[in-house]
Write a new protein. Structure first.
Length: 108
């Protein structure tokens, strides 16, 4: 560290400039009042909840893609942070791929 230089403490948060429709703000204020929280806390909670739902949907899609053979084990592990693939998912993939192969052999 250079003499006279202050160590900067990095914040775990970031400030965003956000413009929203007035009608949405009225809804936010209504729900914030009903839940006895400030509107910024409600907005943070709503964003976190939405991102969690998106993450779950993304992981569900990755599992579906793995089962249907659109992605491989490595991609599934990367997309879901799984260390190992659960036996039920492996079995579902095996059965799905077997069905696809049999369908192609029969010419359906």
């Amino acid at each position: 560290m250079i003499k006279g230089e202050k160590m900067k403490k990095e914040s775990p948060t970031v400030q965003l400039g956000l413009r929203i429709e007035k009608s949405l703000l009225k809804q936010i204020e209504f729900f914030a009042d009903a839940n006895k929280v400030d509107k910024m806390s409600l907005i943070r909670q709503a964003i976190a909840s939405y991102v969690d739902e998106m993450e779950d949907a993304f992981q569900d899609q990755a599992i579906e893609d793995y089962i249907s053979g659109r992605i491989d084990e490595k991609e599934l592990k990367e997309d879901t942070d799984m260390k190992t693939i659960p036996a039920d998912i492996q079995e579902a993939r095996k059965e799905t791929l077997k069905h696809i192969v049999n369908k192609r052999i029969k010419g359906d």
